[in-house]
Every structure is written in C-alpha cells, then in structure tokens.
Design a protein around this ligand. Structure first.
Ligand code: NAD
Length: 318
C-alpha cells in the first residue's frame, strides 16, 4: 500500500481553497509538501514554486525527481470564465496538465491525482450520476476537465502511472472568504443582513460536499492505489431552498429570498452516486447544516476579516 506519511508530494493550486486544506492535512500526515501556484503558500514551512503552470519553466521547477505523487488542483475553476475564454481555459486545464503529466513520466513519479468535476458528465436529467456514464460536458470548463481525464487514462494505460480523476461536487467549507459560490454568498448575506437571489423556484437539486470530506477522499484514493475516475460528493442532494433553510438555522439570520427567472440551460438536478468512493472506505462526515456551521465563523460579523473580504471575491466554481 502506498504510504502518505513521509511521501514527497507536489500540490499544484495548493494556495487555493481546497489546496490549503489538503496541504494542512498532508503535513499532518507527515508528508513533505511542495506547492506550485500563482501565489505563495501562506505557511512558510511549505516550499512554494511561484509562477504560472502554463509556463514550461515553472512546471520544470515544480515536478522534481523523487516525488511520490502529484496532486493537480491548479485550474481555471469558473464555468463563467471558461465560457468567456475557452482558449485560455484550454491552455491551463489541458495543456498545462499534459505538460505536468509528461514531466511526471520522465521523472518517474508513480502517481498523479487530478481535481476533476462532475461537470464532465453533463445533463442527465434527474438520473444518478455514476463514473461509468459517458462524458458529455456542456461547457469549456467541463470539456477541458474531461480532456485532462482522458490524458490521465492514457498515462495509466501506457506508462503504468496510477492516475485518479477525482470528480468533486460543489465543495464548501472554511476558507471561502474570497469565493463567490452559493454557500459563501449565503454567509455574506447573513452577515450583512441582506437576502439572496434564487433562480426559478429553488427546487433544483445539488450535491454540496464539505472540503474535509474531499480531503478524506483524496488521501483514501492515494492510499488504496485507486486508478480511474472517482465521484466525490456527499451522496445526498439538497434543493437550493433546503440549503437556504440550513443557512438560516446556522446563522440565525432571516436571509430573505428574491426569486428571479431560471437561467437557461441550468441543470434541474445533480444526483451523485458515491458508492465507488464508499467501496474504498469513504465516509462523508458532514451534512449541509453541520458543514455550514464550520463556514459561518469566517463570515460572522464579529470577525474583522469578514468585512474586508467581501469586495474581493473570485467567480463561481463548478
Ligand atoms: N471548489 C469547488 O467547488 C470545485 C468543484 C469541482 C472541482 N473543483 C476543482 O478543484 C480544484 C481546486 O479548486 P478550488 O476551489 O480550490 O479553486 P481555487 O481557485 O481556490 O484554487 C485554485 C488555485 O490554483 C491556482 N492556479 C490557477 N491557475 C494557475 C496557473 N495557471 N498556474 C499556477 N497556479 C494556478 C490559483 O492561484 C489558486 O490558488 C480546481 O481544479 C477545480 O476545478 C473545485
């Protein structure tokens, strides 16, 4: 069984939301971590390769011989941005990934784990999404992640590298002050005594997975030597209305809702089958209420940073 303790690992995108949580967990497990990111990692104990991974020189510095694993999180993460800039999204999400894989092969890195997304599957109505459905992505974001998954499959097939495409659901948790997806939007609205806009009747179903459950899945996939795609969600879909009710419970704020017309092309339901992850021992620990309780302290009005961060948000994630 591959060991995480004592392993040398490169985490691309390790200064981001999921990355910071994963890096902390890896350090806690006794791994030796290098981060490659546009921004230095906040922990000075972590070696940072700072730069743009579209640049081959930055990739050269990041993927060194002797690594036991690459966890590749760096990406264009916004669907909206991918629609505005499909070519730029391709350069980051596909070309940079191909370059990292090739270096990993040349430098005999045995394992490559990619942060993918359930957006690779596309719209299947209300059907349960499993790993075996054919990918039919609907956006440049989903398409570039699907393309990256195909590259991983080839490197596994031909070169014997263990490659894992972790298909994350909507991830939330502590460390979202600079994010603008729906959970931080709810937290910000509660903190500022405002409401939120809801598209359509709010009945659309989504799977929200806590970042600590995501970290658990990454470590498990590594430890059991998993190869191939793996859906990482909570396994329980909730409606937008239910999510708002949970946010009201956690924050004590009324969070009034303004209903606006449904967006064209929005999926009515995302229902994920997490049985493959469960089969390797994955046990998601949070539901949306316990999970949002871990997010609220970042935003609660008593925290001075909560006000400072509200004008400096990134786009929505997928
Ligand atoms: N957050 C979610 O809900 C979610 C859902 C599905 C998949 N994912 C995937 O998980 C991964 C991490 O997501 P996140 O929410 O932590 O995003 P994030 O934006 O918080 O972090 C991404 C990090 O990658 C870095 N980065 C981006 N482009 C880079 C480049 N060209 N060179 C070097 N560094 C670069 C950024 O500086 C940032 O620190 C992404 O691949 C994303 O597509 C996230």
């Amino acid at each position: 069984m591959p060991e995480v303790t004592g392993a040398r690992v490169l985490v691309t995108g390790g200064s981001g939301f999921i990355g910071r949580r994963l890096v902390a967990a890896l350090l806690g497990e006794g791994a030796e971590v290098t981060v490659a990111d546009l921004h230095p990692h906040p922990d000075p104990g972590v070696t940072s390769v700072v730069g743009d991974l579209r640049d081959p020189g930055v990739r050269e510095r990041a993927v060194t011989a002797g690594l036991d694993a690459v966890v590749h999180l760096a990406a264009v993460t916004s669907v909206l941005r991918s629609v505005e800039d499909p070519a730029g999204t391709y350069a980051t999400n596909v070309e940079a990934t191909a370059g990292l894989l090739e270096l990993a092969r040349e430098r005999a890195v045995p394992r490559f784990l990619l942060a993918s997304t359930n957006a690779v599957t596309g719209d299947v109505g209300g059907a349960r999404i499993t790993e075996s459905l054919a990918p039919r992505p609907l956006t440049p974001y989903g398409a570039t992640k699907a393309a990256a998954e195909m590259l991983l499959s080839a490197y596994s097939g031909v070169y014997g590298m263990r490659t894992v495409a972790l298909r994350f659901a909507n991830v939330y948790g502590p460390g979202m002050l600079r994010k603008d997806s729906f959970v931080p939007r709810l937290m910000r609205a509660a903190a500022e005594g405002r409401g939120v806009q809801v598209y359509g009747d709010g009945g659309q179903l989504r799977d929200y997975v806590h970042v600590d459950d995501v970290v658990q899945a990454v470590l498990l996939a590594w430890r059991v030597d998993h190869d191939g795609p793996l859906i990482v969600g909570s396994g329980v879909s909730v409606s937008v209305n239910e999510l708002i009710d949970a946010a009201r419970k956690v924050t004590g704020a009324p969070i009034p809702v303004e209903r606006v017309p449904a967006k064209q092309g929005e999926m009515p339901a995302v229902v994920l089958d997490v049985s493959a992850a469960r089969a390797i021992g994955y046990r998601p620990r949070h539901d949306v209420t316990s999970g949002m309780a871990t997010v609220w302290p970042d935003f609660a009005p008593s925290r001075p940073e909560s006000a400072a961060a509200k004008s400096d948000t990134t786009e929505d994630d997928a």
